[in-house]
Design a protein around this ligand. Structure first.
Ligand code: FAD
Length: 560
């Protein structure tokens, strides 16, 4: 990370210059996003991903270096849709700025999209999450197809023939953006299309229909007719799609090109005009008898695709954690290079409180995210399965929601410059709501969690066991946990109380992780402000006893 200093690049003189530029921080760029992020290193190592340090160092050199610049370019030059070529032929092609391809190529050639599939060993999901976190800080938009490509493998396991023919190329360290058939490529990317106009959260309302064609190498084939209201990264080579059969909603793999080499009947209608996730193309599409293979059993589409969705939900946690960490570090860095009323903002107690509060929130999110990654690494263990099942819904709800207010507060710490589009925090602010809304919005996560409580008592019991590991360390935590258990045992008005319950569960869990494996100052401030009522609704309301400067130095040690 470069140092915060005042700059006097421009000098007033007797000719034309009107003033000196001073009391402005340096740009936070040209760093190694692994080596400069001691918290990322600590939590990655704690959860077993330390063996990948060399790989992560090489990855971080790029994501904090040239890819930061690529991220700005990819967001400035939006993807463009071309329905036809100059000869009038329908091509359904989305053109991206070269910087987008640079980001995609780096991630795929580094193996980020498939690390746990190619190197299945303890800590692999943790190491991949660390890579994804760093990539998202360079550019979250390209993170979308990378996540979907990664997440497709567990769903494809429901159709071993397809896994065999597609899996190797999906996991290959080879990026090929050409608009050519899948069988001509050595590396493939995968998208996902569930949402329709009349049904987003409620995919059972889907009207896209599939009709049986025959079979291909033993895999049933179908033709799909209908639409999707959202289909991100429409230049992917294949899409996992939900469509109706007589047996009910079913899952299909729909390739961009048919196996005979002709263009599949997938038509892009237009690209969405989004406030965030701008470098990623999200589209509206139609299928007009488009070819597809069945994945999993007929009528079990949701059960099949959920294996993909649970991974993309986890990546929403990773993405929002990355947003908060980057926002906190940008704010801390900026304030170190800015003096107000004759004193550095780092020396102003009220700003210290705001920055420390932002740092605590980001670290609590990181701890929770890496804990779920570690559980993904041990998914054969039923206790860890419980953490994945419950922790993903909790984290998707809580971390993604916290990121929106967090990025705004970081922006305000930076002042007016923070609102400018050439400041990365402006992009983080526009990005933050995206992770909260897609892949199952907040209420959907809460209702999912209620389903776990109602139907999977062992999962809740496993979660409570995890919380109990932190008991006896802090009376305020113990009291909070006892109250949470009372709340969980109360069956009255559960739907109305769901957000409150989920919030309490998330806070208790973050506190438990910080108390058992985190830093004492951070854990103390977190428990006091979030559990014991000594904090307020806004960031910057930590109790006066908090060692704010020590917390800032922990989050950004280069401050000295
Ligand atoms: C940038 C972007 C890219 C996307 N890309 C894709 C993609 O590639 N593929 C894809 O399939 N989809 C994609 N989506 C769609 C996304 O997954 C859906 O928007 C999301 O699932 C919510 O669906 P909806 O918009 O129809 O909202 P709705 O389902 O109409 O929900 C509206 C609100 O109601 C709440 N709600 C729903 N049910 C209940 C209930 N029972 N009780 C209380 N509240 C409830 C929800 O939480 C939400 O807040 C994308 C969305 C965005 C923003």
């Amino acid at each position: 990370m470069s140092k915060s200093t005042t700059s006097s690049a421009t000098t007033a003189n007797d000719n034309h210059e009107t003033h000196q530029v001073f009391n402005q921080p340096t740009a936070l760029e040209g760093y190694n996003s692994w080596q400069s992020d001691t918290l990322l290193q600590q939590w990655t190592r704690h959860y077993g991903g330390g063996w990948a340090a060399e790989q992560l160092t090489a990855f971080g050199a790029k994501t904090g270096g040239e890819l930061l610049a690529a991220g700005f370019l990819a967001n400035k030059h939006k993807p463009e849709f071309h329905s036809h070529n100059r000869f009038g032929e329908r091509i359904d092609w989305v053109e991206f700025h070269p910087s987008y391809h640079q980001l995609m190529a780096h991630a795929i050639e580094s193996g980020m999209h498939a690390l746990p599939w190619n190197q299945p060993r303890p800590g692999a999901h943790v190491a991949r999450a660390a890579m994804e976190y760093m990539h998202m800080q360079a550019d979250p938009g390209s993170g979308c197809p990378l996540t979907m490509t990664f997440a497709a493998i567990p769903a494809l396991r429901h159709q071993p023939q397809l896994l065999k023919s597609w899996g190797k190329k999906i996991a290959a360290h080879h990026y090929d953006p050409r608009n050519v058939p899948f069988f001509e490529k050595a590396g493939l990317t995968i998208g996902m299309a569930m949402t329709e106009k009349q049904g987003g959260s409620d995919v059972r309302a889907n009207t896209t229909r599939a009709e049986r064609l025959g079979s291909d190498d033993g895999v049933p084939t179908y033709q799909l007719t209908g639409h999707k209201w959202f289909c991100s990264a429409p230049m992917c080579d294949g899409f996992l799609v939900l469509a109706q059969l007589d047996e009910g909603l079913s899952c299909f793999l729909l390739p961009r090109w048919r196996p005979d080499g002709s263009k599949n009947a997938l038509f892009i209608q237009r690209l969405k005009n989004k406030i965030g996730n701008v470098s990623n193309a999200s589209s509206e599409i139609e299928y007009r008898a488009a070819f597809a293979w069945l994945v999993g059993e007929p009528g079990r589409g949701v059960r099949t695709i959920i294996d993909m969705v649970s991974m993309t939900r986890f990546d929403c946690m990773v993405g929002s954690t990355a947003i908060m960490s980057q926002a906190a570090r940008e704010a801390i860095h900026h304030c170190g290079g800015r003096a107000v009323f004759g004193k550095s903002l780092h020396d102003q107690p009220l700003m210290q409180n705001v920055l420390a509060d932002l740092a605590i929130e980001a670290e609590a999110a990181l701890a929770m995210t890496m804990r779920v990654a570690a559980a993904l690494d041990a998914a054969d263990d039923p206790a860890e399965q419980a953490i994945v099942r419950l922790g993903t819904a909790l984290g998707k709800y809580w971390i993604c929601k916290r990121a929106a207010q967090h990025s705004y507060e970081a922006m305000e710490s930076i002042g007016a410059v923070g609102l400018m589009e050439d400041n990365v925090v402006a992009r983080l602010y526009r990005e933050a709501p995206v992770n909260a809304i897609w892949e199952g919005s907040g209420n959907v996560q809460c209702l999912d969690l209620l389903r776990v409580l109602a139907r999977e008592p062992a999962v809740l019991a496993g979660f409570i066991d995890e919380l109990a590991t932190a008991a006896g360390r802090d009376q305020r935590y113990d009291d909070y946990l006892a109250n949470l258990q009372q709340q969980l045992a109360d069956p009255d008005q559960l739907e109305l109380r769901a957000r409150q319950l989920v919030e309490q569960m998330a806070l208790a869990w973050q506190a438990a992780l910080l108390l058992t494996a985190g830093d004492g100052d951070v854990a103390e401030a977190f428990v006091a402000s979030r559990l014991a009522g000594a904090g307020g609704l806004m960031y910057g309301t930590l109790p006066a006893s908090t060692p704010c400067l020590a917390i800032l130095r922990r989050a950004a040690p280069q401050l000295g």
